[in-house]
Design a binder for this molecule. Sequence first.
Ligand SMILES: CC(=O)N[C@H]1[C@@H](OP(=O)(O)OP(=O)(O)OC[C@H]2O[C@@H](n3ccc(=O)[nH]c3=O)[C@H](O)[C@@H]2O)O[C@H](CO)[C@@H](O)[C@@H]1O[C@H](C)C(=O)N[C@@H](C)C(=O)N[C@H](CCC(=O)O)C(=O)O
Ligand SMILES: Nc1ncnc2c1ncn2[C@@H]1O[C@H](COP(=O)(O)OP(=O)(O)OP(=O)(O)O)[C@@H](O)[C@H]1O
Ligand SMILES: N[C@H](CCC[C@H](N)C(=O)O)C(=O)O
Ligand SMILES: [Mg+2]
Length: 488
Amino acid sequence: MKLNDLLTFLHDDSLLSLKNPTISSLEMDSREVKPGSLFICIKGYTVDGHDFAQKAVDQGAVAILAERNLDLDVPVIVVKDTKRSMAVLADIFYGQPTHSMHLIGVTGTNGKTTTTHIIEKIFNEAKKQTGLIGTMYIKIGDEQKEVKNTTPESLTLQKTFAEMKEQNVSHAIMEVSSHALHLGRIHGCDFNVAVFTNLTQDHLDYHKTMEAYKYAKGLLFAQLGNKFDHNDLKIAVLNEDEEASEEFKRMTSAKILTYGIDRPADIKAENIKMTSKGTMFQLVTPVGTRNVTIQMVGKFSVYNVLAAVSASLASSVDLDTIVTAIESMEGVRGRFELVDGGQDYTVIVDYAHTPDSLENVLKTVKQFAEGRIFCIVGCGGDRDKTKRPLMAKIAVTYSDEPVFTSDNPRSEDPQVILQEMEEGVAGNQYTSIISREEAISYAVKKAQKGDVILIAGKGHETYQIIGNKVFDFDDKEIALNAINTLNL
Ligand SMILES: CC(=O)N[C@H]1[C@@H](OP(=O)(O)OP(=O)(O)OC[C@H]2O[C@@H](n3ccc(=O)[nH]c3=O)[C@H](O)[C@@H]2O)O[C@H](CO)[C@@H](O)[C@@H]1O[C@H](C)C(=O)N[C@@H](C)C(=O)N[C@H](CCC(=O)O)C(=O)O
Ligand SMILES: Nc1ncnc2c1ncn2[C@@H]1O[C@H](COP(=O)(O)OP(=O)(O)OP(=O)(O)O)[C@@H](O)[C@H]1O
Ligand SMILES: N[C@H](CCC[C@H](N)C(=O)O)C(=O)O
Ligand SMILES: [Mg+2]
């Protein structure tokens, strides 16, 4: 594509360049630049992409998009906000892929990864070709790619959607983080359905207040089309049991579909019966009622299923297909995942890393535990510090043997993170063991028949970040090793 053909979409003729090279790729990372690239300079939190412009040219960039003039031998297009322009150019360069696919975005503090996977399962049951973007990976059909962010930058997003189109994906499902909404990473994504799970405390290091955090989440609904195009219906799927949904209803002009358990809603779960193996309930929808049994446990899992069912009904999947899919869904890796090493106590690996998710998971464990509950938990470094005493308090409230340990300390001193957790539980009984591996061994050594060990916070992660080093670390594997060497 010619540079000027791209630039016309910035709607400012003065930007058109005298030299009009052919652009073979768009890049925001100099390390990815190839001959023919347009390099986009982004001022980051760590470094300034403008400082890499010369390097990009040396590697073959034929044009630069920047926020200030740079003395280079290739055309430098100066715009006010390169991130915003990048979203526009990416959308055009990759042929506006989301305009011709069914796109579902899921936002909320907890349950995004789980809900997107349930939707994927339903779409697959309906024989749709799916793509998924989220915390665990980018998945196109059965192929998985590693990711750094839950919701990538606009450039990666549009490139991914274009790859999905090439592979005949008709239905894409993605997690939309509050960071992504606030930083405009999803500008240009044409969502058909936007889903809200819930809003509780997280990420206050970034958003500072819950109001600002809620506002960021609300952007997904505010950006969901603003005209009543009856051939291109946009649907906001909202959790009626969540207060924030009232505000999100006012923020969007899209059609609203609600789900809930406690309050009247379009899609409901009634007569819920929980066992340690699964959950039974009556699924009440505008197109029929079905008795269903899902393999996932806890009230929070019912919410995730309701969110996925609502999104799928909003996507015209028939109810019987939906029911078949949710009943056969086994769960998501690292989310309430049972670790079976032949032991006579239960070991669960879960990704609870917020106060609300930890409370929900521990309450669910408490419903079924026959013996004592061990809760191994830590808090991530370089993340919301105010979560730390709250999560520790929840661990001592709902478990018999709270064990505080390290999560991903990142640049912080793990001992200090532990101290900040302990500040929430003065006077209570707990054990602190800085090494996560030792903490797991400690619980495994002490566990007896009927006990439950919940290993919270890292779920599917196969690494631990300490300082700037990434070590192999998989809670499930470590637990299995401990069970095998210590117990059997
Ligand atoms: C705070 C934040 O959002 N940071 C994101 C940001 O990093 P940054 O601002 O530090 O980038 P930077 O390193 O300063 O680089 C600036 C520019 O220089 C470029 N560069 C850099 C080095 C070089 O040699 N050459 C070069 O061109 C970079 O490609 C970039 O364009 O841009 C990066 C590239 O897109 C992101 O990967 C990175 O996410 C980091 C890893 C992160 O931890 N983000 C978290 C806070 C986040 O976004 N989390 C959410 C929610 C998670 C959830 O709850 O599920 C998420 O969506 O992941
Ligand atoms: N609907 C829910 N409400 C509260 N807690 C939940 C819910 N669904 C899942 N959880 C808990 O939150 C943890 C994380 O779930 P999941 O990965 O689906 O959420 P997420 O929103 O994608 O998280 P992240 O923002 O880190 O990507 C689970 O392991 C479970 O403990
Ligand atoms: N997406 C979340 C994941 C947290 C996972 C936890 N293990 C941690 O490292 O804090 C975040 O970046 O806040
Ligand atoms: Mg997620």
